[in-house]
Write a protein that binds this ligand. Structure first.
Ligand SMILES: Nc1ncnc2c1ncn2[C@@H]1O[C@H](COP(=O)(O)OP(=O)(O)O)[C@@H](O)[C@H]1O
Ligand SMILES: [Mg+2]
Length: 312
């Protein structure tokens, strides 16, 4: 396997991409008999006008972590959820995919740097830390370079991240989504079978409105909403442990009720979470005995329960 240069890796992948050539293969089929079954399937497919969902090779369940808004703690939640799933059951393999093309944060949160190796079949090998294989746009472009890409380039990058990563086998792939309800969210929901979405919200009204939008979008594209996590719900003073509900105590619970979705848990606003995240040492790993880590493990257990419910 050869290491990749930063941007060249993406261009190289684009050039070698089997997906890029997918269109050409059809032309080689012309003139051959495609059979009534295939034609019927194609007809049904075209009639629906949607891209065909194709599982990510080797991945059993995909859980997306989303919200309509930035800065509510999606990435922090995604990282600690992945680690929590593994902490609760170390026999399970869990991966992390950073789908935030413009603002990737998994490299920093997971303390990972470098360019992925390529397998012989030109698939990228995820970088691994704390037992979690990770893939992010941040591994492919310079850390300092602003990622100012137009829609098509974003879609092309996303396609590489979805289709050209060698995950091996994974029980769960946790996907850290970009903020909002745009092309990336739609593209993921339409191209791969998503087991369910975890919506992150802070208890502020405005964030709740965005969370509502996020939850409704997933419903429209038939992705089960696993539930809502209330992040930064209560401030726990690191000195005296006094708890203050800064934004109100049960906004997300009420929203979950209103939307008819499950409430998955509360994550406290805690200095330790922020500081450890900034150092690339997520609390589930760095402070496993803390109440914060316990909150994430509880969240992981609640998510798993919902995965089992929606998978039957
Ligand atoms: N529960 C929490 N307690 C303290 N800080 C948090 C918590 N959740 C997230 N943060 C901090 O908030 C900021 C935004 O979090 P991030 O996960 O990057 O949000 P998003 O992915 O939604 O943009 C980061 O500095 C992170 O460390
Ligand atoms: Mg983020």
């Amino acid at each position: 396997m050869a290491p990749l240069g930063p941007l060249s890796s993406l261009l190289l992948l684009h050039a070698r991409s089997p997906l890029r050539h997918a269109g050409c293969c059809c032309s080689s089929l012309r003139g051959k008999s495609t059979g009534p079954d295939l034609q019927e399937r194609q007809r049904q497919h075209m009639a629906r006008g949607l891209p065909k969902q194709k599982p990510i090779s080797g991945v059993k369940q995909v859980v997306v972590v989303a919200s309509g808004k930035g800065g509510v703690g999606k990435s922090t939640t995604a990282v600690n959820l992945a680690l929590g799933l593994m902490a609760n059951n170390p026999s399970k393999s869990v991966g992390l995919l950073d789908a935030d093309i413009h603002g990737p944060s998994i490299p920093k949160l997971m303390n990972l740097k470098g360019n992925p190796d390529l397998t012989e079949t030109n698939r990228m090998v995820p970088l691994t830390n704390y037992g979690i294989p990770c893939m992010s746009m941040g591994f492919l472009v310079d850390e300092e370079a602003p990622i100012v890409w137009r829609g098509l380039m974003v879609m092309s990058a996303l396609e590489k991240l979805l289709r050209q990563v060698d995950w091996g086998t994974l029980d769960y792939l946790v996907v850290d989504m970009p903020p909002g309800t745009g092309d990336v969210q739609l593209s993921i929901s339409q191209n791969i079978p998503v087991t369910g979405a975890v919506i992150v919200s802070t208890p502020q009204d405005i964030a709740l409105l965005d969370a509502r939008r996020g939850a409704e979008m997933f419903r429209k594209v038939n992705v089960p909403v696993l539930g809502l996590v209330q992040n930064m719900s209560v401030f726990q003073c690191p000195n005296c442990q006094h708890q203050t509900h800064i934004f109100g105590s049960d906004g997300a619970r009420k929203l979950a009720d209103t939307l008819g979705v499950h409430f998955l848990g509360d994550i406290p606003l805690h200095l330790n979470i922020r500081e450890m995240s900034d150092r690339g040492q997520p609390v589930v790993i760095s402070s496993p005995d803390s109440p914060e880590a316990e909150a994430y493990r509880k969240l992981a257990a609640a998510v798993l329960l919902r995965i089992q419910e929606v998978s039957v």
